[in-house]
Ligand binder design. Structure first.
Ligand SMILES: CC(C)(COP(=O)(O)OP(=O)(O)OC[C@H]1O[C@@H](n2cnc3c(N)ncnc32)[C@H](O)[C@@H]1OP(=O)(O)O)[C@@H](O)C(=O)NCCC(=O)NCCS
Length: 147
């Protein structure tokens, strides 16, 4: 059985373990360890407006979505900061199910838009597009390394 539950502090260790496996793999190839992943997720969890859901299959945590609801000039928007499904569970519909439940709950909270950053031109962008998200061509993410 598949169901979603709100993310609380006690889920952080399990989320961090999945996060490490997920983002140290393709297409990201990051170099997280469990303490650094836990710090990042805890930081989002404790931010104002935090909202997040975890998805469980047969009581086993398989993925999560973390973000925050932010005031906008009309109502509020949701900044989807992190979303991940365990490597061995991908491609079985859990990500789409999680996104669906997240959107249902956000809509009920008065959120009218979800924003997110992801990598371009790979499976991840396509995952969001297949779930109704459009790539914003007028915007760019800019980065400056402060040395
Ligand atoms: C993106 C992600 C959350 C999707 O979850 P999921 O449970 O695999 O998604 P679903 O089973 O509902 O949908 C499968 C779709 O996602 C796509 N997908 C994206 N990344 C994938 C991956 N690494 N492995 C398998 N499928 C992936 C598949 O291509 C499939 O699309 P298709 O039907 O057109 O082939 C998950 O693959 C993941 O955690 N990826 C790595 C972390 C990540 O990129 N997170 C988003 C950062 S913004």
């Amino acid at each position: 059985m598949i169901h979603c539950i709100p993310i609380t502090e006690d889920l952080l260790d399990a989320c961090a373990a999945i996060y490490v496996d997920t983002f140290n793999a393709e297409p990201w190839n990051d170099a997280w360890d469990v303490p650094s992943a836990r710090r990042r997720l805890a930081n989002i969890l404790h931010a104002p407006g935090f909202f997040g859901l975890a998805i469980l299959r047969d009581q086993h945590l398989c993925g999560a979505a973390f973000g925050e609801i932010e005031p906008w000039f009309q109502g509020s928007m949701f900044n989807l900061r992190e979303m991940f499904v365990a490597n061995d569970q991908r491609g079985t519909g859990l990500g789409s199910e999680l996104l669906f439940h997240l959107e249902v709950e956000l809509r009920a909270l008065g959120v009218h838009t979800v924003h997110l950053f992801t990598s371009t031109g790979d499976l991840t962008e396509r995952f969001y597009q297949r779930n109704g998200y459009r790539t914003e061509t007028d915007m760019r993410m800019l980065i400056k390394t402060l040395s």
